[in-house]
Design a protein around this ligand. Sequence first.
Ligand SMILES: Cc1cc2nc3c(=O)[nH]c(=O)nc-3n(C[C@H](O)[C@H](O)[C@H](O)COP(=O)(O)O)c2cc1C
Length: 196
Amino acid sequence: MAKRDRIEKQSWKPGNVLSPTPPVLVSCGGTGGWKPNMITIAWAGNVCSDPPMLSISVRPERYSHEIIRATREFVVNVPSAGQAWAVDWCGVVSGRDEDKFAGAGLTPAPALKLRPPIVLECPLNIECRVQKSLELGSHTMFVAEVVAVQVSADLMDGKGRFRLEKCGLLAFAHGQYFVLGRRIGRFGYSIRKRRR
Ligand SMILES: Cc1cc2nc3c(=O)[nH]c(=O)nc-3n(C[C@H](O)[C@H](O)[C@H](O)COP(=O)(O)O)c2cc1C
């Protein structure tokens, strides 16, 4: 029997099973009377390269939704394993009740172009200005242009390459957090000639 004949499938009801996704800390506020806040978002992704754009999907009941709808600015902070506890905590408490920067022990620092703070400890900070808000149902998708990027300089190697993988990147899959592991190839390796 061929191997593929032994692969059995089950049918599940439609749901949000796409995994893994990046759990990011989205900072917002710090302007217009809104105090700085952070929300954990797992439903984030790149959506366009020219202009550079990404999206985050946020439920309207979140405090951060109010802030982002009013200010139209946010920063996507990509965390490392060192911020895993904060990622979870910022995803289970609300900025309506807590100062999340203080509670998570993280540092708000100035963004380059926008008013919300970046999260200093996160190795990659992506400043975003909202271009479109799509009311999809349970979530609003904020589609935003990337207007500035900051990276932690200690992750640059001697050849000027940004080695983000060195910091222990997080992945979120089916309700659990993982740290990315072994590198098994690089873009295009499937068509590159094998070294003898
Ligand atoms: C790992 C993780 C991923 C999450 N992803 C999302 C998301 O993509 N969209 C969303 O609206 N809420 C998401 N949440 C829930 C919010 O982060 C959570 O409700 C948070 O307390 C809202 O904070 P706020 O009220 O200060 O805005 C996630 C929570 C966790 C722990």
